[in-house]
Design a protein around this ligand. Structure first.
Ligand code: ADP
Length: 198
């Protein structure tokens, strides 16, 4: 029987880091941020919906979405952001649901990274939901290292469910304050990674 994991957590708290570790260990890992980029590549049907809704000027010279221009358009316009998400999110969800069906059919474990897993009410698709968390100070340090301003950091954190609530709702919390080796130990202890006996 396969176990399908949903991986979530606060922005900058270490979701991608955990995902990389799991992928390296051989688990199939799908990241919804990557999928969201894929569904707006040249020729994808989402692009047509976007150009109908927002105009052709958001399609870049390569035929894909002009992400920078689009980001600028929806930055402080919630209604526009909702419209964009209504185009992109169902297509992304379709892709990961399909991947999960494949894993289940072949009895494989798999992981889907969804930053806003609880916000979009996706829990029921997973056998176990894992939440990656760390202190607010560490989170801020990591986001500053991405050259984000404090205002950007505050905005992104405010747009998400508080981490305490995510931790409470998750089946398991991965505490990411230490070295990567500590992450590996936690993932082994909760059974996501197999124990490799010497
Ligand atoms: P998320 O995917 O949740 O936004 P990332 O995995 O990208 O977070 O981590 C945010 C930043 O913090 C990255 O630059 C990453 O390299 C760094 N980071 C994550 N976990 C650790 C850790 N345990 N020790 C040191 N740096 C870390």
């Amino acid at each position: 029987m396969s176990t399908v994991y949903g991986l979530t957590g606060g922005v900058g708290m270490g979701k991608s880091t955990v995902a990389r570790l799991l992928a390296k260990a051989g688990l199939p890992v799908l990241d919804t941020d990557d999928l969201a980029r894929e569904v707006v590549q040249p020729g994808e049907p989402a692009l047509e919906a976007i150009s109908e809704e927002f105009g052709m000027e958001f399609i870049g010279s390569d035929g894909g979405l002009d992400r920078e221009r689009m980001a600028g358009r929806v930055f402080d316009d919630e209604a526009a952001r909702d419209k964009l998400e209504a185009i992109i999110h169902p297509r992304v969800r379709e892709q990961w649901l399909e991947a999960i069906s494949g894993w289940r059919a072949s009895g494989r474990d798999g992981v889907v990274v969804i930053p806003l897993l609880f916000e979009v009410v996706a829990e029921s698709s997973f056998d176990r939901v894992l939440c990656v968390a760390c202190t607010a100070d560490t989170q801020r340090q990591r986001l500053r290292a991405r050259s984000w301003s404090d205002a950007q950091i505050d905005g992104r954190i405010a747009a998400q469910m508080p981490i305490e609530e995510k931790m409470e709702r998750a089946d398991c919390v991965i505490w990411n304050e230490g070295a990567q080796e500590v992450l590996r130990e936690q993932l082994t202890r909760i059974g996501v990674l197999g124990t490799s006996l010497p």
